[in-house]
Design a protein around this ligand. Structure first.
Ligand code: PBG
Length: 337
């Protein structure tokens, strides 16, 4: 046994030998990022001809349904497999129970139907959560103390997911962190014969301050005010609990699982991948995007290099794919070689 292990001592082993030339670095490279790994999150609002910049996410815009079709065409042309939709809901439609989420004629189902009609081969993913729709900005229905109630919330989430599935979405992605929601959504999908609808569970989703710019983008920051999501999203201090969350979601019928945020939680990502071997995704969230944009805008970081290195890091940590606002830019760089 020991005889088969090459000497690990200098100078028999010089780890720099393999690094000396480009051909040899390519030969020993362990991980590679491809366009197949990218999921592009986009913000969509009512209107026509809209491309409204999001100030805290330079380079990201809110699309209207028509301009979103152009973005979708670009994704398809670049080979990005999946587009992920996040709605910006008219404040007049926001209510304490967020029931607009279950409106079959709402923004999301209309956009899903038109995307699937125009580009049937482009995968579409929708978020299942109430925060874009609630007047208080929480992901569920609250009681008098502001506590998000589990079962009443799950009931509405199931209706939201069914409206999305009826509209033809490929993947529903519950991001709410209620207990039991994956099982409830799976059961309802089967009952409606939506046997092909995939569930990507935001399984290990932490109560993170890195979501700040996203809440600006969807317009839930003001609704949420000073309240937080610590009673349902995970404590950033916890690692073992993430495994229990993932295990529960797999048992309840998830096809794919997610760890979120991304770079600050690569340890959790690796652990989840090792423990379950599931198709496992990471979300490089809005705050991570904003940090890289801000530092590169100041000339402190090399934008393209840091972007590609950050995406490769997810692959090394075990991700099968990455939700990233950099998807289009990264796909262009990958295409250019
Ligand atoms: C909604 C949701 C959030 C994100 C994705 N889905 C925000 C939140 O939970 O407050 C964050 C994504 C990002 O920051 O890029 N439940």
């Amino acid at each position: 046994m020991t005889a088969l292990i090459p000497s690990t001592s200098f100078p028999g082993t010089r780890l720099r030998r393999n690094r000396r030339d480009e051909f040899s670095r390519r030969l020993v490279r362990e991980n590679v990022l491809t366009t197949n790994d990218l999921i592009y999150p986009v913000f969509v609002m009512e209107g026509r001809g809209v491309r409204e910049p999001v100030p805290s996410m330079p380079g990201v815009v809110r699309y209207s349904p028509d301009t979103l079709l152009e973005a979708a065409a670009q994704c398809l042309a670049l080979g990005i497999p999946v587009l992920s939709l996040f709605p910006v809901i008219d404040p007049a439609l926001k209510t304490p129970d967020g029931i607009e989420a279950a409106n079959p004629d709402g923004l999301v189902p209309r956009v899903v139907a038109s995307l699937k009609q125009q580009f049937p081969e482009l995968g579409i993913l929708t978020d299942v959560a109430l925060d874009p729709y609630t007047s208080h900005g929480q992901d569920g229905v609250i009681d008098d103390n502001g506590y998000v109630q589990n079962e009443p919330t799950v009931q509405i989430l199931v209706r939201q997911a069914m409206v999305q599935a009826d509209a033809g979405v490929d993947i529903v992605a519950p991001s709410d962190m209620m207990d039991g929601r994956i099982g409830a959504v799976r059961q309802a999908l089967e009952d409606r014969s939506h046997i092909h609808t995939r569930i990507m569970a935001y399984s290990a989703k932490y109560a993170s301050a890195f979501y700040g710019p996203f809440r600006d983008a969807v317009g839930s920051a003001n609704n949420l005010g000073k309240s937080d999501k610590f009673t349902y999203q995970m404590d950033p201090a916890n690692r073992l609990e993430a495994l229990r969350e993932v295990e529960a979601d797999i048992r309840e019928g998830a096809d794919m699982v997610m760890v979120k945020p991304g770079l600050p939680y690569l340890d959790v990502l690796r652990e989840v991948k090792n423990a379950f071997g599931m198709p496992t995704y990471a979300y490089q969230v809005s705050g991570e995007y904003a940090m890289i944009q801000a530092a590169s805008a100041n000339g402190w970081l090399d934008h393209d290099k840091v972007m590609m290195e950050s995406l490769l890091a997810f692959k090394r940590a075990g991700a099968d794919g990455i939700l990233t606002y950099f998807a289009v830019e990264a796909a262009k760089l990958l295409r250019a070689g």
